[in-house]
Each structure stands twice: as structure tokens, then as C-alpha cells.
Design a binder for this molecule. Structure first.
Ligand SMILES: [Zn+2]
Ligand SMILES: [Zn+2]
Length: 388
């Protein structure tokens, strides 16, 4: 059975702070996102793995469980005395090794169910059907989940901003039950978990059992609403108009309020986040709000000075090359960079590095004039190196 090191998957240290974990997760999720790597199975697997790792490490309680046992399952309690006993069976660093378990002794064939049986045996219950006849709990108002959608943009679109329509598969509070999930009918066995109070969730090669959110783990609920099947929300595909401000870069998150999933029982919907992915430019390179470009100039242009045109994100700009310009010299075009996202009144600069190109020898005449030039300018640039 493969053990996964969630810290290694996210590329963070064991003592990483929450925001480090978040930052690393965002970077990796962007890199491996299926929309960025269509049809790439390896990336998709990696993406799932990263999601799984973040799901555990971003949750303080789950992380504690993982730190203690070396893996995560919902029914583990990092503070229980049973937990201590199981923890000591594993190695100090890697945690718990399943290979020592005799799975066949449970009599179950699927590794998922036997996995759960083991924990039922070890920790007593956890997954069994509850027999209590108490009134099922009433659902509480719950804010909807956020949605994150990647958006590919060109270099120019990132510069000028973009308004576009995006198709969002979201949900809305159910109009029949107002998000309660039922309309006050009789109490029945929860159909989502078949009365067990637990649902299985795939996590890599293991399966995890999780408290059923439709019945809060009680296994019983009122007859589900027939419109939303007890979910409290109904699916809705919506065209959402999004305005991307000028100056976004790859990885910028643009928030569209209340266009995430619907809330329940009058609670607010979640937000929609657009995660921008900005393409490259043929000549211009962006670093922060500044733009960089290398431009070739000829020997006469460098020696005599001239005015040249250079490409910018908004078309051409004039640049004065003073006489005696050296190769590698940098010039600044003020406020020709990207607008600042934080303060739209500010703009970055464009830096132009000039590179002197050799004259091409295209004829006998060119050669002759170069010899003539050499005669008129007898100089040795290596003089200071004692090579005269
Ligand atoms: Zn409903
Ligand atoms: Zn349930």
C-alpha cells in the first residue's frame, strides 16, 4: 500500500505555515490543472494528488491526524488514547504501515471496505448504522462554496483588461425547500449514505469514510425534497459577465462576488474566482509591472547616435540612442509597462537593452570600406590588458 507524504507532494516543510501551504498548493494546482494540460493523464493524477494533500494539510484538525499517523482518515482522533496506541505501531517519521495488516482476516474483498472494517474494529464503531430514534437535526443556514475557474488571456488582454462572458456550472438555493433539503415530510433512512451516516470518498488508492453531510452522520433525515433530492441546492448553468481589470498576471485571482455555489436557508452564495493565466509576447518580457526587451542596433547607430523605434505593448515608441552607446546599455521608457493592480494610476516602466550587431559583409566594397575605417581609426581595445 502506497504511503503518501503530503508535505513532499506540496513541496513544503513539515513545519510549514498555513499560508506557505496555500501558496504552494495554488502554484502546483495551476501547473497541473486539467484545463491547462488537456488530455495529460500524468498531470491529472498529479492534480488530484495535490488536491488530496491540500485537503488534509489545509485543515488544522486533519493535518494533526496526518502528522500523528502518517495518513488521514475521518474517524481518527489525534488526541484519543487509541490513536496513541496505533501511532506507536508505526515508525516515528513515516507513520503507519498498512502492509503489516492481514486484510484477509476481515473476510472482505474490496480493499476500501476492509480498510474501514479494520478501523471499525480498532476504534469501535465509526461507521455503523445508528439506532437512535431521536429527531434528525434541522439543517442550519450555510454559505455556498466558492468556485474557481481558470481563464487564459493574451499578453495584450492582460495589459488592457478584459470583459467577457464565462459559462459557470454553479448551483442555487432550491426554490421548493429554500435550501432545507426537505419540506417537513416523514423521517426516513438517509438515501445518500443508506442510513450508515458515512459516505466513502476516494483519496488516491485509499478510500476514506466521511461523515454524510446530508444527514449530519445520523443516518436519518426527513423525506428529501423532490426538486433538489435533498441537496438544498439545484444545479444552474449560468453565463456570468466578468470584468478582468488591466494589469493582471498569471496567477491573479479576480473575485466575482456571489457567483459561486448557492447558499442554504437564506445564507449567501459563495464567490466566483477567476484565476488568470497570461500568455507570452513575441518580444516583450514581463517582470511584475515592468517590461523588458532587447533591441539590436548597428555599429554606425551606436557610434553616431540616432533615434530608433522600439515595440511596446501599445505599439511603437521612439527611443533616442546617444552617440557612443555601448552594447548592453539599458534605457528606460517611463510608464510604458503594465498598470499596477493595486493602484491603477501607477504604471511600470519598459527597459530597453541595446545589443550592437556586426555589419554584414555583403560585397567587396563593404570590405574595402571596413579596411578604410580601420586605417582611419587605428585602435586596440585590448590595450589595457598588456597585450600591445
Ligand atoms: Zn429542495
Ligand atoms: Zn446520510
Amino acid at each position: 500500500m502506497a504511503k503518501k507524504d503530503y508535505y513532499q507532494i506540496l513541496g513544503v516543510k513539515k513545519d510549514a505555515k498555513a499560508d506557505e501551504i496555500k501558496k504552494s498548493y495554488r502554484r502546483l494546482a495551476r501547473k497541473h490543472h486539467p484545463d491547462v494540460n488537456p488530455g495529460d493523464k500524468a498531470s491529472e493524477d498529479k492534480f488530484k494528488e495535490v488536491q488530496e494533500a491540500y485537503d488534509v494539510l489545509s485543515d488544522e484538525k486533519k493535518r494533526k491526524v496526518f502528522d500523528r499517523f502518517g495518513y488521514y482518515a475521518d474517524n481518527l482522533d489525534p488526541d484519543s488514547p487509541f490513536g496513541a496506541a496505533a501511532g506507536s505501531a508505526g515508525s516515528g517519521t513515516g507513520g503507519f504501515d498498512f502492509s503489516g495488516f492481514d486484510f484477509s482476516s476481515t473476510g472482505a474483498s474490496g480493499s476500501g471496505s476492509s480498510f474501514r472494517d479494520i478501523f471499525s474494529d480498532l476504534f469501535g464503531g465509526g461507521g455503523g448504522a445508528r439506532t437512535t430514534q431521536a429527531e434528525p437535526p434541522r439543517p442550519l443556514p450555510k454559505k455556498g462554496r466558492d468556485i474557481e475557474i481558470p481563464l487564459a488571456m493574451s499578453f495584450e488582454e492582460a495589459f488592457s483588461g478584459l470583459t467577457t462572458n464565462i459559462t459557470v456550472n454553479r448551483s442555487e438555493q432550491c426554490s421548493r425547500c429554500q435550501g432545507a433539503g426537505d419540506t417537513g415530510g416523514p423521517v426516513v433512512q438517509c438515501p445518500t449514505c443508506n442510513g450508515t451516516g458515512q459516505v466513502m470518498r476516494a483519496g488516491g488508492r485509499l478510500q476514506f469514510s466521511q461523515t454524510c453531510s446530508d444527514c449530519e452522520g445520523t443516518g436519518r433525515r426527513r423525506q428529501p425534497c423532490s426538486l433538489c433530492n435533498g441537496k438544498g441546492v439545484t444545479p444552474k448553468t449560468e453565463q456570468v459577465k466578468v470584468r478582468i481589470p488591466p494589469g493582471v498576471d498569471t496567477g491573479s485571482r479576480v473575485r466575482i462576488p456571489k457567483k459561486g455555489h448557492g447558499g442554504r436557508l437564506g445564507a449567501e452564495p459563495g464567490d466566483l474566482f477567476i484565476l488568470t493565466n497570461v500568455g507570452k509576447h513575441r518580444f516583450l518580457e514581463r517582470k511584475g509591472d515592468n517590461i523588458y526587451i532587447t533591441v539590436p542596433i548597428t555599429v554606425p547607430e551606436a557610434a553616431l547616435g540616432t533615434k530608433i523605434e522600439v515595440p511596446t505593448v501599445e505599439g511603437k515608441a521612439q527611443l533616442k540612442i546617444p552617440s557612443g552607446t555601448e552594447s548592453g546599455q539599458k534605457f528606460r521608457l517611463r510608464e510604458r509597462g503594465f498598470p499596477s493592480l493595486r493602484n491603477p494610476k501607477l504604471r511600470g516602466d519598459q527597459f530597453v537593452e541595446v545589443k550592437i550587431t556586426l555589419p554584414r559583409v555583403i560585397s567587396e566594397e563593404t570590405k574595402e570600406s571596413l579596411r578604410q575605417f580601420e586605417k582611419l581609426n587605428p585602435e586596440n581595445p585590448r590595450k589595457t590588458m598588456g597585450l600591445e
